[in-house]
Design a protein around this ligand. Sequence first.
Ligand SMILES: [Fe+2]
Length: 514
Amino acid sequence: MSFSRRAFLHTTVAAAAAWPLTIRGWQDPPNPTAGLFRHGVASGDPLNDRVIIWTRVTPPASGSTNRPLDVRWQIASDERMKNVVARGTAQSAIERDFTVKVDAGNLKPGATYFYAFDVGGEQSPIGRTKTLPDSGMQRLRLGQVSCSNYPTGYFNVYRCLANRSDLDAIVHLGDYIYEFGSGRYNDPSISRAVQPTNELVTLQDYRNRYAFYRSDIDLQEIHRQHPFIVVWDDHEMANDAWSGGAGNHNANQGDWKIRQRAAYRAYLEWLPIRESTSSDIRLYRRFGFGGLADLIMLDTRGLRDQQVAATDKAAIADPRRTLLGAEQEKWLSETLRSSQGAGTRWRLLGQQILFTPLTMPSMNVLRPDVWDGYPGARDRVFDMIDTDRITDLAILTGDIHSSWALDVARNPWTQYDAKTAMGSRGVEIVTPAVSSPPMFSSPAHREVATMLRPLAQHLKFLEGDSRGYVLLDITPKTLIADWYFVPTVTERIEGESRAARFVCERGSSRLVPA
Ligand SMILES: [Fe+2]
């Protein structure tokens, strides 16, 4: 189904009207270009009894713009905000770029809530959010997304997901923003030039880029409709980032650690993420979906060792190289073990980069920045799986601007049987980009895929031409992954189609087409 832009805008208004926004002056509808709340509202990191709610208060043009402002917030159990269950006052201050983040507690498990903010009588749009059930969850539906580059396309994918009313959360696996200046990694045929126009280096640069992205009406709407669980990839810092530098960082841009810190700080300010008390970069965390699934979010970019050239086989084989860092690796081992021990049905690993082995022993690695480039670190994860007999594992991946379904065979070339999935330790589900250029825009990548398909029996599905998202539908017995594609991102239109469906039955470690 496809609509013209005009019809789409009408649909949007109709949808907003069905979602009551006018409660004694609550702003209706949201106007992203004016007022105090022009970056919308967001929620995220839901737990059983709490959820993060977020907004930003744009300082009024007149008066002292640096003065902290009192921001009243409310959470209600109904969409008309009549039955208020929690309220309080926070402050928006220049030190946090006027963003406001509240970790609102004392909520009921597995409940839908509505929230809004108010400054001096001006009200924010009303957002919707949901806490996690504490036990007995029978069905979990997650939207899986990554790679939303503003200047290469409209966020039609976000709009499609915003229109779904039955999701528990959106899992964003990174490249929420891109750091490039205008004219780089863009599509000049559409009017989506970014601000600031320079490449992001300073704290203010990163803040301004988040503010610019959050002026997008479709991004605002998906945040308003669903809680997010996010982790960054490289472009929230700089292309090919690692703990000590980045491919896209040079000495003229100053000290990498200062740039990385700036990127991290702006990320925490602008995303609805629960912040660690540690002063170190720490984004890994766990979400328990009522005994049905544990979502284990990993940071494979901020703490990693430097990637090496694909031809440097000795360096790639060095088992000391890390992707997670020692502390996160230890945490992952403990978390997998406790999840399995508690009898949780599924373990979902939310992370950025392709995990499953794809490089044949005779070849150079296809991509040295993914787990294939850190086989020692990956072996340690396989060891965790084997030692603690971890079952029912689904790895959720982004980064690569293409759609993949894989069985996670430890050694797919010699110890894997495609019919029985013998040798598989789990499944991997890779979501395409929201708007970044698809992988097959590069003819070389298309050729590699053509070569790979018949050789890699554990590769069940690969599509590299489309933008879209994955919808995960999980019950105690099955995990279903649906790949949805949007027809275009060069104009703002509504419409999507399901391109593939794969099912993993509990206990099988195997994806089969359905
Ligand atoms: Fe990306």
